[in-house]
Design a protein around this ligand. Structure first.
Ligand code: SF4
Length: 241
């Protein structure tokens, strides 16, 4: 059984085509800007079986077309890798396209087994500099970079995602370092720049937490343009989402 926080039908944001998106409960990071802060707590969520996921996926199969399918996001779905494996195996046996949205910080035998059923990974890079990554996510980026290297080794198609937070992750040098680090990764199909927003801030209040980025400015067009220009020099496709 996986523990599910919520489910989104007809999603167009998390992976290729039209997707059924499962947001799993629990995350090992605590990012300052997390838009789904209510998914961070490791406890909770609705216990959901592979059969239940399959039933919903079959209901929505007509909408998926050639590119769409099912995305597992969160939270951090790989925190539940062991429970996720039978779900992915069941879906893959029925031919569904599977996408995994991850912060890349968990890499063990269960994760490696789970990845055998995955078609594409959305890998969130919070920052290239460990000290800034720690400020943003509460932990360094070493394991995420190890995961990126592993995904390259197994030739897993990857879309990188980078949230551009003014004052935190928009340093010109850090953006160049992101490009330099991954420029030679042939498995990276695309890089998505995600503008910073405060949309999840109310959830912090609801949970009795402090939203530490309160009042932090959103991106200017110049900041987004600069990041786009720099990263376009390293990646074959860059989009601003
Ligand atoms: S990794 Fe994702 S789900 Fe986890 S705290 Fe950060 S933004 Fe939220």
């Amino acid at each position: 059984m996986i523990r599910v926080h919520s489910v989104e039908s007809l999603g167009t944001y998390d992976g290729p085509g039209i997707r059924l998106v499962y947001f799993l409960q629990g995350c090992n990071f605590k990012c300052l800007y997390c838009a789904n802060a209510d998914t961070i707590e490791l406890k909770g969520g609705k216990a959901t079986s592979a059969e239940e996921v399959l039933k919903m996926a079959e209901n929505q199969r007509p909408f998926f077309g050639k590119k769409g399918g099912i995305t597992f996001s969160g939270g951090e779905p790989l925190v539940q890798a062991k429970a996720l494996v039978p779900v992915l195996r069941t879906l893959k046996a029925q031919g569904f396209h599977i996408c995994l949205d991850t912060n890349g910080s968990v890499l063990n035998d269960d994760v490696k087994e789970a990845l055998e059923f995955v078609d594409i990974v959305l890998l969130d890079i919070k920052h290239m500099h460990p000290e800034w990554h720690r400020k943003i996510a509460g932990q360094g980026n070493e394991r995420t970079l190890e995961m990126a290297a592993y995904l390259q080794e197994i030739k897993m198609p990857v879309w990188l995602r980078y949230v551009l937070v003014p004052g935190y992750s928009n340093q010109t040098e850090a953006i160049h370092d992101l490009g330099k680090h991954f420029a030679a990764y042939e498995n990276i199909e695309k890089l998505e720049i995600q503008p910073y927003h405060e949309l999840g801030a109310h959830k912090y209040e609801h949970m009795g937490w402090t939203y530490q980025l309160k009042g932090n400015p959103v991106n200017t067009l110049e900041q987004l343009d600069e990041a786009y220009e720099i990263l376009s020099g390293y990646f074959k496709e860059v989009v601003v989402n």
